[in-house]
Design a protein around this ligand. Structure first.
Ligand code: ADP
Ligand code: MG
Length: 292
């Protein structure tokens, strides 16, 4: 390919929905050797749907959904919307939560109809002093399908599991193949469970994953890889991903996500298509050849 100027590169990028902040972002993109991608909303649509509700005790399935939805109405997480919509579609009683609290990377909790309710991952349950133990087997059956399983505790006892599935974006598999072909090491970093992450990674040919990582741990992973001499691009969509985006050589925001993610990004992909990273990389290389 012929070398091109930075202005030309920026223009071509913009036409393809790849917004490049400045010359530095483009230059750094050419030297990146590792891409870290968030799962939810980056590899997947970020539009999960409720798939399963499992009662583990006396609380019925619709009751569980009613309690879960009451909490999730207070959350902005993509998982929350799936649960609220699923509960409404199944006609679960609408209730209000009080004392609502969101725990980043773990889940939500509060009071619903005189009961203390918590909803989230195993770490969330541990924080409540509960052991997921036997329920993990039920959750694993859902996770091997790539579903995200969340536990519900009611009045200090494990009461059930709700699961959601988030479809992989149509273009993700091709984008991962091309990024590999460009010589990039691709690592999926997700707050989700190891088994769920593995199921999604396997479908995409991603062989490196870091599962169960809290948002600040994504930043730590980047800092560590940079100390080892790697040049990192980080792609993410959430408010939670902003610190990691800022820590990378190049932060790549999914234009569908939070504004705060875009503010800390050198590159923004309008429409959130990962093929934009493949394009950005090609443009970066073509520009670099022109400078040299
Ligand atoms: P990701 O890295 O996939 O974007 P997050 O760090 O946002 O994931 O969340 C990690 C995990 O914490 C989720 O997979 C889920 O189990 C739990 N979690 C986080 N927020 C919520 C919520 N609002 N409701 C239920 N579970 C949640
Ligand atoms: Mg996310």
């Amino acid at each position: 390919a012929t070398p091109i100027s930075i202005t030309t590169a920026a223009g071509r990028g913009a036409q393809a929905g790849v917004l490049i902040k400045d010359a530095e972002a483009l230059e750094r993109m050419a030297s990146v050797d590792t891409l870290i991608v968030d799962k939810t909303g980056t590899l997947t649509m970020g539009k999960p749907k409720l798939t399963d509700t499992v009662a583990l005790g006396d609380v019925t399935e619709t009751d569980l959904l009613s309690l879960a939805a009451a909490l999730e109405r207070g959350s902005e997480h993509p998982l929350a919307e799936a649960i609220v919509e699923g509960a409404e579609a199944q006609g679960a009683l609408r209730q209000e939560a009080t004392d609502f609290e969101a725990v980043t990377g773990k889940g939500v909790r509060g009071q619903v109809g005189g009961r203390t309710v918590a909803l989230g991952n195993a770490a969330m349950m541990r924080e409540m002093g509960l052991v997921t133990g036997a329920a993990e087997a039920n959750a694993d059956i859902l996770r091997v399908d790539g579903k995200t399983a969340m536990f519900i505790a009611v009045n200090g006892a494990l009461a059930g599991i709700v699961a959601v599935a988030d479809p992989i974006k149509d273009s993700t598999a091709q984008a991962i193949r091309e990024l590999h072909a460009q010589g990039l090491r691709v690592i999926m970093a997700t707050g989700d469970n190891e088994r769920t992450a593995r199921a999604v990674a396997d479908k995409l040919g991603i062989d490196e994953i870091r599962a169960g990582v809290l948002p600040e741990a994504k930043k730590d992973l980047i800092d560590q890889l940079r100390r080892e001499g790697h040049k990192i691009a980080m792609a993410g969509d959430g408010v939670n991903d902003a610190p990691a985006l800022a820590a990378a050589e190049v932060g790549i925001a999914m234009g569908t996500g939070a504004d705060v993610a875009m503010e800390s990004a050198g590159i923004t992909l309008l429409g959130g298509d990962l093929m934009g990273i493949v394009r950005a990389r090609r443009l970066a290389r073509a520009t670099l050849r022109n400078i040299k």
